[in-house]
Design a protein. Structure first.
Length: 205
């Protein structure tokens, strides 16, 4: 029986320097190829060879950017129903004035407070009731109308005050109708400032 000694076993193979160089160079070439063909298109959108486009890799970075990019803030809508002021709408023919008037409404009584105005005249107003709420209505009558017709602007069943600014849409009288629907007297104070002829109590009220 023949015995093989350890000295007879094959020795380990040591690669030569040229073999190592070839292996290292091949690995470097493979790394560059992977970087150029796959990594650059997928990660940075750079595709010098066109392979990334063919494989659909370029869309990956674009899709990620679209997902992470914040949504653009919507532009504020420009108001389209507000006319640009002109000299014709700014200048007023009436003199500037201010008034304050207080009326007392007996139970279940009514009273109007009006201003003579021409078209384009305007005022800022504030009114307040003391003693309870009133039925309030703001309206206007055209000059020369004798049949009792009028144009409604604002109507509320129960109010204790109101404020705003008003521009006359036509020549005539414009103002408020107040009604006390309660059982005790109520006082109403009206304040106005602006461009109009006067503030008065219509006859017959």
């Amino acid at each position: 029986m023949t015995m093989q000694t350890a000295s007879a076993l094959p020795t380990s193979i040591k690669p030569s320097p040229s073999t190592l160089a070839k292996a290292t160079g091949g690995a470097a070439i493979a790394a560059v190829a992977i970087l150029t063909l796959f990594v650059l298109p997928a990660e940075y959108g750079i595709d010098p060879t066109g392979v990334g486009t063919a494989l659909g890799l370029n869309g990956m970075v674009a899709g990620e950017a679209a997902e992470t990019a914040p949504a653009p803030a919507s532009e504020a809508a420009a108001p389209s129903d507000i006319a640009i002021p002109t000299k014709a709408t700014i200048a007023k023919s009436a003199a500037w004035r201010q008034d304050e008037m207080t009326i007392t409404l007996a139970p279940h009584s009514v009273q109007e407070v009006k201003a003579h105005m021409v078209k384009g005249d305007s005022f800022i107003f504030q009114w307040k009731s003391t003693g309870g709420p009133v039925k309030a209505e703001m309206h206007g009558e055209k000059t020369g109308v004798t049949d009792g017709s009028f144009t409604d602007y604002w109507k509320e069943l129960e109010l204790i005050g109101g404020q705003g600014d008003f521009t006359a849409p036509f020549d005539g009288t414009h103002g408020w109708y107040f009604r006390n629907k309660g059982e005790t007297p109520i006082t109403v104070t009206v304040k106005t400032v602006g461009f109009y002829k006067d503030l008065f109590l219509p006859k017959g009220e």
